[in-house]
Write a protein of this length. Structure first.
Length: 225
């Protein structure tokens, strides 16, 4: 859900979705990481059913290059980050960075719950590595591997729930396959911003950890951090 806010310097009112749309798409343009690079929009035109059947792998690979759906997903996910009403739902599924959400998911009977566990923790890793984290913890392959695995598992569980592919499961698979690409785009967005995102590149990791602990205490109450 989008939230309205006012810029401190101009007092202009804007929605979080509009703000993140401008930052994400502006970054892709200015940093030369355009959407849909390599995508052929007319690959399927005038093709016979036989050709489509024989070249399904090529068609699938072409679909993976289409990114407008991923852009929309990232914008909505970032907007949720700025919405305090989403914190409670997210907190129910979050595990620590060094834990494996698969150990918790394997004990869940409902596929909906497993899907939520994988998706929410995959989203967190994407945002942490791209925007919120700093220092050596954001550089190792382990967290990138986790992010890819979590998105793949979320897509798999969603397809099981829906009885096959869906628009959202395709997006989750794209995020899994090209996880490092989208982490890099978010890092570029943070580094070029003069407002919200630059806060995280200036603050030290110790201060960021203390801030996170303070926010957790405010969310849960004293003694539950």
């Amino acid at each position: 859900m989008s939230v309205q806010f006012s810029h401190l310097d101009t007092r202009e009112t804007e929605t979080t979705e509009s703000f993140f749309f401008q930052n994400l798409m502006g970054t892709r343009l200015s940093e030369d990481v355009p959407s849909n690079e390599g995508y052929d929009p007319i690959l399927e035109e005038s093709r016979s059913e036989e050709w489509l059947s024989e070249h399904w792998r090529q068609l699938r690979e072409n679909d993976m290059q289409y990114e407008e759906d991923v852009n929309q997903y990232l914008i909505l996910t970032l907007a949720e980050l700025a919405n305090p009403n989403c914190l409670a739902r997210v907190n129910e599924c979050m595990v620590s960075l060094d834990s494996d959400v698969g150990q918790q998911a394997v004990g869940e009977q409902e596929s909906t719950r497993r899907y939520q566990l994988y998706k929410i923790n995959a989203d967190f890793l994407l945002l942490y590595l791209g925007l919120l984290g700093s220092g050596p913890r954001t550089q190792g392959d382990a967290y990138f591997d986790k992010g890819q695995c979590y998105y793949f598992s979320a897509a798999t569980n969603l397809k099981g729930m829906k009885g096959g592919r869906s628009a959202l499961s395709d997006v989750l698979e794209k995020l899994s396959t090209r996880f490092s690409r989208y982490v890099n785009i978010l890092r570029l967005m943070k580094n070029r911003s003069e407002n919200y995102f630059s806060f995280y590149s200036r603050i030290s990791q110790d201060k960021l950890d203390r801030l996170g602990a303070d926010l957790t205490r405010q969310l849960h109450g004293p003694g539950k951090a």
